[in-house]
Design a protein around this ligand. Structure first.
Ligand SMILES: *Cc1c(COP(=O)(O)O)cnc(C)c1O
Length: 408
């Protein structure tokens, strides 16, 4: 019989979202008429911006002509999209990131896992706790960890707690880590990293020759002008950071699929005693294992940077952020302690009366038919917290909040 990758067997069986589905199914079978409102999974709900749809329609028509037809595109993405990203997302904010340093992909989720392809197995790795589960599970799947303990913490990974005790700041470690995953604005806590914090992280990374993997999927939701949108706004970061970005949340591309990864040309790693640049390895990896994002979708993504596109995505983001504000203010009125939801589309709620995350999940489902996400599903330090997402219709958000307000 064929051997399987036994590292997969180390993964915690009760993965978060399947367990949520199981509990919902059970609840619905007992309560078939319940009007569920799902504020759980972080998927967008509003339609695609018009500018993107028009650009994609035009691109499809182009593909139907002799002159306009295109086959395989560049594995790195089309130059025009990479140029637009460089100009609008980076140069405009004072970050010297060139089009060449930008690699277009079909998602940040895959990029943040695929990056392990070009990184050694000996690296000492730190993640925050709570954490976006992809960072942890992909390290498990690729044999970079040992087994999990009963709290779900894997041997071989280090966890940096982010909780109300430290103001949801990821404290700079005393030990040396080679690889650090940071996600700001944070999923699930909705916390942001200030410029000072990011400066400290870059200083740490440079002193320890570490690499920061910075996930900025939610940068568009930052309202506070003093908060950096990119790790590359920090001096020195081009020697110690890779950034992941996505059109999923700012432009509603979760089902359309387009994202990008920035690998500065100056970024170096080590193979034995030899210095190697990471850009070349990633370029090699993508050229071998990836055949690019569809032309049509890249034209759709490019339209995000047009004047109309910018107006439309700003409207989309404000719509969700108004939801976030409603959630935060109503839950606060209802007596909950609520974090996040100011510069991010997630509210991170302390469960009342020291209830466990899953008990609160069941309680909210029973009493209000509102579905959220138990904090413990994002890591041991998420226990006692609960995530509500602002990605929903106004009607559903208001209805959910009315029900929660009636709880007491
Ligand atoms: C939604 C999300 C992404 C985006 O992933 P895609 O694969 O581009 O849709 C990336 N990181 C985090 C933390 C997210 O929540």
């Amino acid at each position: 019989m064929v051997q399987v990758n036994a590292d997969y067997l180390k993964l915690k069986a009760g993965y978060l979202f399947p367990e949520i589905s199981r509990r919902i199914k059970e609840f619905v079978s007992k309560n078939p008429n319940a009007d569920l409102i799902r504020l759980g999974i972080g998927d967008v709900t509003e339609p695609l911006p018009l500018a993107c749809r028009e650009a994609m329609k035009a691109a499809i028509e182009e593909m139907g002509t002799d002159e306009g037809f295109r086959g395989y595109g560049p594995e790195q993405g089309y130059e025009w999209l990479r140029e637009s990203i460089s100009i609008h997302d980076y140069l405009s904010r004072g970050c010297e990131i060139s089009a060449e340093e930008i690699f277009i992909s079909d998602g940040s989720k895959c990029d943040s896992s695929n990056i392990l392809d070009i990184l050694g197995k000996e690296n000492r790795i730190a993640v925050t706790d709570p954490v976006y589960p992809v960072y942890v599970d992909t390290n498990v799947m690729t044999g970079r960890t040992g087994e999990a303990n009963s709290a779900g913490e894997y041997k071989g990974l280090s966890y940096i707690p982010i909780n109300s005790g430290n103001g949801f700041e990821a404290a700079i470690p005393k030990e040396k880590f080679d690889l650090i995953y940071l996600c700001f604005p944070n999923n699930p806590t909705g916390a942001v990293a200030t410029r000072e914090q990011l400066v400290s992280w870059v200083k740490y990374a440079k002193e320890n020759n570490s690499l920061i993997l910075f996930d900025a999927a939610y940068e568009a939701f930052i309202k506070d002008d003093s908060i950096p949108h990119s790790i590359f706004e920090i001096e020195g970061s081009k020697d110690c950071a890779i950034e992941f970005r996505s059109f999923s949340k700012n432009a509603g591309f979760t089902g359309t699929r387009c994202a990008f990864t920035v690998i500065p040309k100056s970024l170096k790693g080590k193979a034995g005693s030899e210095e190697v640049d990471l850009w070349s390895l990633w370029n090699r990896r993508q050229s071998t294992k990836f055949n690019g994002v569809s032309y049509v979708v890249q034209r759709g993504a490019e339209a995000v940077y047009t004047k109309e596109g910018q107006k439309q995505i700003k409207k989309l983001v404000s719509f969700y952020m108004d939801n976030a504000q409603i959630i935060k203010s109503d839950l606060t009125t209802a007596g909950f302690e609520v974090f996040g939801a100011i510069n991010a589309p997630y509210a991170w709620i302390k469960t009342p009366n020291k209830m466990s995350s899953w008990d609160f999940f069941d309680f909210l489902l029973e009493k209000t038919n509102v579905v959220g996400t138990p904090g413990s599903g994002f890591g041991a330090a998420g226990e006692g917290y609960f995530r509500l997402s602002a990605f929903n219709s106004r009607e559903n958000v208001e209805k959910a909040m009315q029900r929660i307000l009636k709880l007491n």
